[in-house]
Design a protein around this ligand. Structure first.
Ligand SMILES: [Zn+2]
Length: 353
């Protein structure tokens, strides 16, 4: 089956926060949350091949966004935004390309669905000539995507972030979910397909309970839409750069890391969050004692190799299910192994019983 490529851009990002609400909610975080959820819903539609322009808090230039959609072969690009004006305005609208009048009806429908999700009015399809509003204007995205041959382009403004009741709603995952569903259903309508319910009712979409946990990413990792994809390494949707994150959710070794507490981010596989071992390690000098010991097999999964028999000591690397090592008992039920020519310690849970 030839799938329709759908591209989704979360407006703003990185140094560009977009509009900011009166209680501090940033447009770039809202757009990312809505885009991630929309992509998750559309990924369940067999007729679609969904790509996110960004799945983390990174900056992408305006024209580059349109070019990315075009390079990916997008059949429909949606660039998600939230408006801001004077704190009083509250309505939803959807911008479309002035060159694609055929999108008007669908833009109207998308606007109405978003308005309903937010409980505000819809002003429907809007358009203006992007050429007259170069690079500073977000319609550059629309114009560039159009010139690159993308046949359907929508830029929804999901209400106004500086309208206090809307900002409060946008902080709730439930609103994000309803907005994403509204956008996803509109896209399905354009292609005459139906929005399939994702097979697993996303235990991933709720934030974890309790005080926020932080998580440090120490190496560039792939980002995923779901915990299962992160664990299986399938369908990566971008990269997660090293830095300090807040944990939005966890599932096994998969961690949903976000730069904005309360807003979902990307799933990563924590087992792969390991600094690459320094190259050209000093050649093994009597590595970790004698080779005599028991041969054990690493249990299914990935486990840290540490510098000392201590869960807080430095991580040297990982061992993965099925690998066999000669082990020597060490403190705290750790097993000492020879790893990259040096002594390493692996915790008790890592071994097949
Ligand atoms: Zn914006």
């Amino acid at each position: 089956m030839n799938k329709n490529i759908i591209t989704i851009g979360a407006g703003h990002g990185g140094i560009d926060s977009g509009a900011v609400g009166t209680t501090g909610l940033k447009e770039k975080d809202c757009t990312l949350a809505i885009a991630l959820k929309t992509a998750e819903l559309l990924t369940a539609v067999p007729e679609f091949d969904v790509h996110l322009l960004r799945s983390t808090d990174v900056y992408i230039g305006l024209a580059e966004r349109g070019r990315m959609a075009s390079r990916l072969g997008s059949r429909c690009h949606v660039e998600v935004h939230v408006n801001a004006f004077n704190g009083k305005a509250s309505y939803a609208s959807v911008w479309r390309s002035v060159h694609l009048p055929g999108d008007e009806t669908d833009a109207d429908k998308m606007s109405a669905a978003i308005a309903q999700a937010l409980g505000v009015k819809s002003t429907g399809s809007q358009t203006k000539n992007g050429v007259e509003h170069p690079e500073n204007d977000y319609f550059t995205v629309v114009e560039t995507a159009y010139r690159g041959g993308v046949p359907h382009i929508f830029l929804p403004e999901c209400g106004f972030i500086d309208h206090a009741p809307t900002e409060a709603k946008l902080r709730q995952q439930e609103t994000v979910n309803v907005l994403a569903k509204a956008i996803a259903q509109s896209i399905c309508g354009i292609f005459g397909v139906s929005l399939t319910a994702p097979s697993a009712p996303a235990p991933t979409s709720q934030p974890i309970e309790g005080p926020p946990q932080t998580y440090e990413v120490v190496t560039t990792l792939r980002g995923y839409l779901t915990a299962d994809e992160a664990l299986g390494g399938s369908n990566p949707k971008g990269t997660v750069k090293p830095g300090k994150y807040t944990v939005f959710n966890r599932k096994g070794e998969a961690v949903n890391v976000t730069l904005s507490a309360g807003v979902p981010g990307s799933w990563i596989n924590a087992a792969l969050n390991v600094k690459a071992p320094a190259t050209a390690q000093t050649p093994a000098q009597t590595p970790g004692g004698s080779a005599s010991g028991t041969i054990l097999t690493v249990a299914k999964g990935s486990y840290y190799v540490r510098e000392k028999p201590d869960f807080t000591s430095k991580i040297l690397g990982i061992v993965t299910g099925g690998q066999k090592y000669t082990v020597v008992p060490a403190a705290l039920n750790f097993k000492k192994i020879v790893y990259n020519g040096n002594a390493g310690y692996v915790g008790p849970a890592a071994w097949e019983k």
